[in-house]
Design a protein around this ligand. Structure first.
Ligand SMILES: CC(C)(COP(=O)(O)OP(=O)(O)OC[C@H]1O[C@@H](n2cnc3c(N)ncnc32)[C@H](O)[C@@H]1OP(=O)(O)O)[C@@H](O)C(=O)NCCC(=O)NCCS
Length: 170
């Protein structure tokens, strides 16, 4: 018997835009909805998992501003989704690891995530941090969220991962 096919993780293209939109929309309680326009304008910041012609997983990232000239900007991992029937098979892990590998090329100061599934991200090396350490994220994104009155009372957990520095002393 042939083994069941495995999802392929690849960069997204414009033709994936509508399928990405539907994939993210399938998790209204966990993911911030994104418009088609927003997805298209950020398509170069999306990875998708494809299985038998269907988009079954997504992961994306955004660059966060940094005022401190001694630091590089941080990167936020966003829109991580796996189709329900394929969850718990390590596809989410593979998507996030692929996104982390891609963004590590930019040498971000840190990689962050705001999430309702901290245990999943903890398995990938993220540690919980105080939201007050991510004020740029709160000002840039959370302030416009209509779901909670304040990002400081929002139940999402802030987490960060420190990528290994290239060219650092041994
Ligand atoms: C969160 C999500 C992306 C995880 O995808 P997945 O493919 O099921 O996760 P994986 O199988 O790769 O899990 C990796 C590890 O995390 C653990 N894990 C996954 N989801 C978990 C959860 N909700 N709670 C606790 N642990 C979890 C797995 O058990 C696994 O552990 P192991 O390495 O010891 O076996 C998926 O459940 C999903 O799409 N959820 C809805 C959207 C969402 O919440 N996205 C994240 C918001 S930022």
């Amino acid at each position: 018997m042939n083994p069941s096919p495995k999802p392929l993780i690849r960069k997204a293209s414009f033709s994936d835009g509508h399928a990405i939109y539907e994939r993210i929309k399938a998790h209204p309680n966990e993911l911030v909805p994104r418009s088609i326009s927003n997805i298209m304008l950020n398509i170069d910041r999306f990875l998708v998992a494809e299985l038998e012609g269907q988009i079954v997983g997504t992961a994306a990232w955004a660059v966060l501003p940094e005022l401190d000239p001694t630091k590089n900007p941080s990167i936020e991992i966003q829109s991580v989704s796996v189709r329900k029937d394929l969850q718990k098979q390590h596809l989410g892990r593979k998507l996030v690891e692929a996104a982390m590998e891609r963004v590590a090329e930019f040498q971000p100061d840190q990689i962050i995530v705001l999430t309702f599934t901290p245990h999943f991200f903890a398995k990938l090396g993220f540690v919980s941090v105080s939201k007050e350490t991510l004020m740029y994220k709160l000002y840039k994104g959370c302030m416009n969220c209509a779901k909670y009155a304040s990002p400081l009372t929002c139940p999402e957990v802030a987490m960060a991962y420190q990528p290994a520095r290239k060219n650092s002393a041994p």
